[in-house]
Design a protein around this ligand. Structure first.
Ligand code: AMP
Ligand code: MG
Length: 421
């Protein structure tokens, strides 16, 4: 199982991505369990209930300015309008507004009945209990008023099930009176690192050892993608250790294994997966980094099979294969509507290395400046790196430059695709 597959027999990046997307779409049809949480603790979660407007929004015709509510036609004649009353934010709707009158009003206050516009205080002359529109100014009907229900009508669905919750959704839910929310339970994702050379971050590495950086990295990526990371003790590079660790990991909703999937003598993960009944969808992808990536399903509990990814142990390979393949599956298990990775276009700052291996889609750590002059694409530059173990380069980047498998290099100025993270 761990003999190296010739690259040509492996699926392309796009074929593998399509296969994973199909799997994710199928899994997304199963609704995850639901839990109720406080609105204020809901950032990063996924809605299991739609959010509906419990009243019109705004609930009353609202002034967007400090000024005077009036009739636009009357004000536009530049005649003096006498004060008829005053309303500030928080007061109940008042009125009616008599003919030939203006009503003092503050931002956020309900517009009195009979008024059809609000003139800004800066645009009138105020004297002796009267206001007059300044010469040269006009006032249109509806100006500076948001009509009742203009944003939403009572009962409208404002957010569907599966919406990711950030600050904006929290504000909307608050305005609809939701002090608690039904959200999907986070899928539990086992993070199993493998390798005799690894020591935990709190231990001093002896000669030949390195610190385990993939465990905390993948835990952070799982959490950011909506999962609940379950970091298991690192498995050693032997069958016994892997058998036990994988059997335990298979209790989770999804399994991420880091390392041990290349073609070396101690890359024992694939045979260990096979021993516990794994079904493999692919064992390698025509991409770099990340070529040894493995995807499949383990026999699970009553809830069905447990998807797993065997991520290559090199940290940059683990990161990029997580973003491209594991995150969409995790998104599906988390019940979120947005699942695929995010790509954008950018203009390449400098020519890429011409020594690229053809036949593999490449993902190179890069930095994109997302503040282009108006009308121009953002500029992206490759971050110099020493290969897929270079964590300093990864930490200095904010995206991956995508080089398609048929392309060996790009000239400066080329419009390229970038994978965002
Ligand atoms: P492997 O995929 O197991 O052949 O590992 C490839 C490279 O990644 C080796 O240099 C490993 O030492 C390194 N590596 C594997 N797992 C980790 C990890 N959890 N943290 C940091 N580096 C790792
Ligand atoms: Mg290893």
């Amino acid at each position: 199982m761990s003999s190296p597959s010739p690259a040509a027999s492996l699926p392309s990046y796009q074929q593998a991505a399509d296969l994973v997307a199909g799997f994710a779409a199928q899994r997304a049809q199963r609704r995850p369990p639901v839990e109720r949480i406080e609105l204020t603790a809901s950032a990063g979660r996924v809605l299991a209930q739609p959010i509906r407007a419990d009243q019109d929004q705004p609930p009353f015709a609202r002034s967007t300015r400090d000024g005077f509510a009036c009739r636009a036609a009357e004000a536009s004649k530049h005649e003096a309008l006498r004060f008829a009353g005053s309303t500030h934010a928080g007061q109940a709707p008042a009125g009616p507004l008599p003919n030939g009158a203006a009503w003092e009003i503050m931002t956020g206050a309900p517009v009195p009945a009979g008024a059809d516009a609000v003139v800004m205080i800066e645009h009138v002359e105020v004297s002796g209990g009267e206001v007059r529109l300044l010469p040269g100014r006009k006032l249109k009907r509806g100006e500076n008023i948001v009509a009742q229900g203009a944003q939403a009508r009572t009962g409208d669905e404002l957010l569907p099930v599966g919406s990711a919750i950030t600050f904006a959704q929290i504000a909307l839910a608050a305005t609809c009176g939701c002090s608690t929310l039904d959200v999907f339970a986070r899928p539990r994702v086992a993070v199993l690192t493998t390798g005799d050379e690894l020591v935990p971050v709190g231990s001093a590495p002896a000669a030949g050892q390195i610190r385990n950086s993939n465990a905390p990295m993948l835990a952070a990526m799982v959490a950011a993608a909506g999962g609940d990371p379950w970091v298991l003790p690192t498995a050693a590079d032997n069958d016994e250790s892997l058998n036990g660790a994988l059997t335990q990991a298979a209790q989770a909703d999804m399994v991420l294994i880091s390392g041990g999937v290349s073609a070396g003598k101690f890359d024992l993960v694939e045979p260990a997966l096979a021993r516990i009944g794994a079904r493999f969808h692919f064992t390698g992808v025509r991409m770099q980094p990340g070529k040894p990536l493995v995807f499949g399903e383990l026999p699970g509990s009553s809830a069905g099979s447990v998807p797993f990814f065997g991520l290559p142990g090199n940290p940059v390979s683990s990161a990029v294969t997580f973003l491209l393949f594991a995150a969409p599956v995790l998104g599906a298990l988390a019940g979120t509507r947005k699942r695929g990775p995010s790509f954008a276009l950018a203009r390449l700052a400098a020519e890429t290395d011409r020594r690229n291996k053809p036949g593999l889609t490449r993902f190179l750590p890069a930095f994109c400046k997302f503040n282009p002059p108006a009308g121009q694409l953002p500029e992206v530059a490759i971050v110099p790196w020493q290969g897929s173990g270079d964590l300093a380069a990864l930490a200095r980047s904010n995206c991956f430059l995508v080089i398609p498998e048929e392309t060996s290099s790009f000239p400066a100025g080329e419009i390229v695709r970038i994978l965002l993270f």
